[in-house]
Design a protein around this ligand. Sequence first.
Ligand code: BDR
Ligand code: CA
Length: 316
Amino acid sequence: TTRLILDCDTGTDDAVAIMAAAGHPELDLVAVTTVNGNVPLENTTDNTLRVLDHVGADVPVYPGAARPLIRPDFPIPREVLNADSPEFQVLQLDLPEATSTAQQTGAVQFLIDTYLGDEGADIVLVATGPLTNLALALGAEPRLAARIPRLVIMGGGHRMGNVTPTAEFNFWVDPEAAEAVLTAGIRDVTIVPLDATHAAELTLADCDRFDAIGTPAALASSAFVRHRIDTALRGDAEAAASTAVHDAVCVAYLVDPEVVTRSGVHPVNVETTGTRTLGEMIVDTRQWTTEPTTARVAFDADAARFADVLADAFRG
Ligand code: BDR
Ligand code: CA
């Protein structure tokens, strides 16, 4: 069993990631920490509680940062956001109100306590929102970098962006946090960028398969994926009826490393000063680079294997 903490900004694809992590027999979801991102912190926390209640998972939720390190507060001007990102409309997930409540301890303190303590030694951190919480924790306690055994991040795009032509949403919302995390010296970092998540898009046939499984996790995930496909289509029958479920790819990769089919270890940085390229992930793929390598970057993924892991998780 792989123990993990999910650090997320629940939205629909984070929700599928949470349900996969809570349900898969080979995973043990220790806690969820929340951050401002797809929607304001209050809503990412509330959405997280709704999702966990919906699947009957008794997992503590620690609310984290309400705003990026130095960038303006949410709401980010909607006009700069890519209209193809359905999460931005999901202020409140279409699930019953939560009965459970968030922890009093904040996410940053929880991450520090967990990873400085002994129990953190075998807990993978999976970050699927802006990296503000982890950056704050590392800033307050630099020893943390050597204590986190493994970090898997959904963020960045090697050859694509989604908020701007070059920047992916999570890195773009808090580029200083992303750069701080990637240069902190954490020993085992994997980045699952847009290039991989879009290679593993789910289709309506996958939704039908989840519906047939019929558990609360399967049905809610199917509904969220259908919603994402509908939003991506926007009445355009010519468009492919599939959607990336970015964050869930990180969770599936933990269970089945072959969900990622091509990757490389490279120096990776995030642009924090560019006028057109703010938040861009820079992967140094030069063979002769003398920069130290800092992360494994996933370049391609297998949609069928991804869907298989989700199906296994939803069966529970
Ligand atoms: C990422 O941005 C968010 O909108 C999604 O939840 C995902 O984490 C994709 O760019
Ligand atoms: Ca997310």
